[in-house]
Design a protein around this ligand. Structure first.
Ligand SMILES: *[C@@H]1O[C@H](CO)[C@@H](O)[C@H](O)[C@H]1NC(C)=O
Ligand SMILES: *[C@@H]1O[C@H](CO)[C@@H](O)[C@H](O)[C@H]1NC(C)=O
Ligand SMILES: *[C@@H]1O[C@H](CO)[C@@H](O)[C@H](O)[C@H]1NC(C)=O
Ligand SMILES: *[C@@H]1O[C@H](CO)[C@@H](O)[C@H](O)[C@H]1NC(C)=O
Ligand SMILES: *[C@@H]1O[C@H](CO)[C@@H](O)[C@H](O)[C@H]1NC(C)=O
Ligand SMILES: *[C@@H]1O[C@H](CO)[C@@H](O)[C@H](O)[C@H]1NC(C)=O
Length: 633
């Protein structure tokens, strides 16, 4: 019996790559174009087939960009595909950031030095399981129809592209850079609006800034409806599909819309994402390599999504909303060929074996996994509950009869405290109800400092509370990440509807926007003495602090919050993301080594939302745990 690999070889080895595309055009200096006659791409006048992988610079610390790119190059890829998340670069309207971890041009430069071409996907909407699909939340401050020819939306997009695209121009292949093609929007055909005027506007902006000859394309799911609404004259139509789809049928669909031109799978799924409360997703390596071999043997151009997934640091995870709200976990490991921490996996080795059958791969060893270290346990102490720290965490309350959203109060991410008082005595446990499902997304409720429970969007719309007239009601509301796909992307956060207690609508709110990131980045609470803190864990939202003693190395590690419930962690002021071992499947957070100091105590800050364990310890391990059992409500 033939092994899997021998079988591909015998079936596919003698098929010439880009077989139908053998004519050679005029050789010119630097050019990149589509050869419709011979159904392939032409680079410098010669047939060109890309073997590409997706990597998101916004999910990888800058320090590791070069390492990941080199590993992709050594696998045999000639191209990478990247998204530009608008909200990562323009978090506040009109304020742009292209420095540090946001230095897109430095990333392009590293890719270029490594020998990798780039497929640029500037959106403006990108999906990507990224907060709001990459759209900035400040767009929601206007009454706006996103991803359409809505005037306010088009104006914002026009302004953004006027900042981004001139920076990209010198990186176009024809201008001496490495960008060979540019995607317009993202899977637009799966959005309800189907607004061709919007797509025409984007086409005009991209052609205006980058030049009429730039190869522009669209990517859509593999159905007639999606291909109909997502494609536009002058934009080359490509498809995306994974190992579960029939390759012949999928490319036949592309042929229906592009009878001539190269076959392209813009997102061939090597793995899949995880949501909190779902099983850890995995895609079988044999199926990935079998499908890749089949597509390459047809001369198709393939981008593997993801090749390196990375991490949803801070608040950057998105959420799905099919029949209910389903936020994406912190890790974006994706079961990809390079792990979350950038380590080559068996899947990478298998993919490299497939690529070897079609082209020479670079000579030399694959760079090894980065070293990992089990630093062990660190003890934390309680700083205080959120309500007792408002002087430090908030510039003070905004008052309003009815609750206001995060967007209304100019706080786009994280947490906000909503405070009011009980209108009268509650002799019996009385239901606190979110009648219109208006808690976006989780509300941690206390009455006079006694934790009452959690309201959760789509799942827990009522809890019982007790107390006396005039008691303080503290409701910490967590934004779990905005919806990144489908028709629910106008995803306002906070209390987006009234709460009802028994028969009464709760009114007269004080809302405290919380800037936990601002104060933690500035060195709080570690500028104060740890010894003054208590060992008493709280029930309900509270902050904890501790240090990890330096050990002379700053290697990658994985933080496990055993017996903690749900919250957010910072190390040396950097927001590592959300943890939720009580729900799963993810159990550890990736801590990039370069965050750690080799000489100073490393500052750990934890916001625990529900309940900390009595031991108040956290553990630094040398391997990740992403697929532990899940616990649904
Ligand atoms: C821009 O982003 C970098 C990298 O995340 C960050 O270090 C820097 O503080 C940001 N700059 C501003 C002005 O916000
Ligand atoms: C990209 O790399 C090539 C080859 O090393 C070099 O000639 C070119 O100048 C680089 N482009 C840019 C924009 O740095
Ligand atoms: C894929 O579809 C084609 C055409 O419908 C069919 O002939 C072929 O058997 C299918 N391949 C697989 C692996 O199912
Ligand atoms: C927070 O802690 C203070 C004392 O430090 C206590 O008076 C208050 O009731 C607590 N509030 C909450 C919401 O836990
Ligand atoms: C609230 O308490 C009442 C009376 O004890 C009980 O019947 C009801 O099930 C409780 N509701 C919730 C949401 O816990
Ligand atoms: C920890 O916090 C203290 C106080 O803000 C600061 O001086 C120190 O540099 C921090 N340590 C590290 C490793 O950043």
């Amino acid at each position: 019996m033939l092994s899997g690999m021998e079988m591909y070889a015998s079936v596919f080895f003698f098929v010439t790559v880009c077989g139908v595309c053998s004519a050679h055009g005029e050789s010119s200096d630097r050019s990149f174009s589509i050869d419709y006659k011979n159904s392939c791409f032409l680079k410098d006048g010669h047939p060109f087939q890309y073997i590409s992988g997706s990597i998101h610079y916004s999910r990888i610390p800058r320090f590791y960009w070069k390492d990941r790119l080199l590993k992709m190059y050594m696998t045999g890829l000639n191209t990478i595909q990247i998204y530009v998340p608008w909200n990562f670069h323009e978090t506040v309207e009109g304020v742009h950031n292209f420095t540090g971890d946001r230095d897109l041009e430095h990333f392009l430069d590293l890719a270029n030095q490594t020998g990798l071409l780039v497929i640029l996907r500037p959106g403006p909407y990108i999906c990507a399981e990224w907060e709001m699909g990459g759209l900035p939340a400040w767009l929601l401050q206007k009454n706006i129809i996103l991803r359409s020819s809505d005037t306010d939306y088009l104006l914002a997009v026009t302004n953004w592209f006027a900042v981004l695209l001139p920076k990209m121009k010198r990186w176009l292949y024809v201008n001496g850079g490495n960008i060979i093609s540019v995607q317009v929007e993202n899977e637009y055909g799966s959005y309800f609006a189907c607004d061709y005027n919007y797509m025409r506007h984007l086409r005009a902006l991209l052609q205006g800034h980058l030049g009429k000859d730039t190869v522009l394309f669209t990517t859509d799911g593999n159905t007639d409806k999606e291909m109909t609404c997502g494609t536009l004259d002058g934009l080359y139509a490509t498809v995306d599909f994974g190992t579960g789809d029939n390759i012949t049928e999928a490319f036949n669909r592309q042929r229906k819309f592009e009878p001539q031109g190269p076959l392209v799978n813009s997102e061939y799924y090597t793995g899949w994402l995880d949501h909190w409360g779902d099983e850890h997703a995995m895609v079988d390596t044999k199926r990935v390599s079998r499908g890749l071999a089949e597509m390459l043997s047809m001369g198709a151009n393939v981008n593997m999504y993801m090749f390196e997934g990375g991490t949803n640091f801070g608040y950057w995870n998105g959420a799905d909303h099919d029949n209910r709200f389903r936020p994406v976990v912190t890790s974006y490991d994706y079961d990809a060929p390079l792990s979350e921490a950038g380590d080559p996996t068996e899947k990478l080795i298998a993919i490299r074996e497939v690529i070897k059958m079609f082209k020479a791969i670079p000579f030399g060893p694959m760079p090894p996994a980065t070293p990992k270290f089990a630093y062990g346990l660190a003890m934390l102490k309680k700083v205080g509950n959120i309500s007792s720290l408002l002087d430090i965490l908030s510039v003070g309350p905004v008052q309003s009869k009815y609750p206001l959203t995060f967007e209304k109060l100019n706080q786009f991410y994280g947490y906000m405290l909503y405070q009011t008082t009980l209108p009268h005595d509650l002799a019996e446990p009385t239901p606190l109800i979110s009648p219109l499902n208006g808690v976006h997304d989780r509300a941690y409720v206390s009455v006079n400092g006694v934790f009452q429970g959690v309201l959760e969007r789509d799942t827990v719309l009522a809890i019982n509370v007790t107390g006396r007239q005039g008691d303080i009601v503290d409701i910490l509301v967590e934004n779990m990440g905005r919806v990144n796909f489908g028709s629910h992307i106008n995803d306002y956060k906070g209390l987006v509807g009234n709460l009802i207690l028994g028969q009464d609508v709760l009114t007269n709110w004080k809302m405290y926007p919380l800037d936990i990131d601002g104060v933690v980045t500035a060195g709080w609470p570690h500028i104060f003495n740890l010894h003054d803190r208590t060992n008493e864990p709280s029930i309900g939202p509270a902050l904890y602090m501790g240090t990890l003693q330096p050990s002379g190395v700053a290697w990658d590690t994985f933080l496990k919050l055993n017996d903690w419930t749900k919250g957010q962690v910072w190390i040396n002021g950097v927001n590592l993301g959300r943890y939720w071992p009580a729900r799963g499947p993810q159990q550890t957070l990736y801590v990039p080594g370069p965050l750690l100091s080799t000489t100073l105590p490393n500052n750990i800050t934890v916001l625990e939302l529900e309940g900390a364990p009595a031991h108040l310890r956290v553990l630094f391990m040398d391997r990740p745990l992403l697929k532990a059992a899940i616990h649904n409500l």
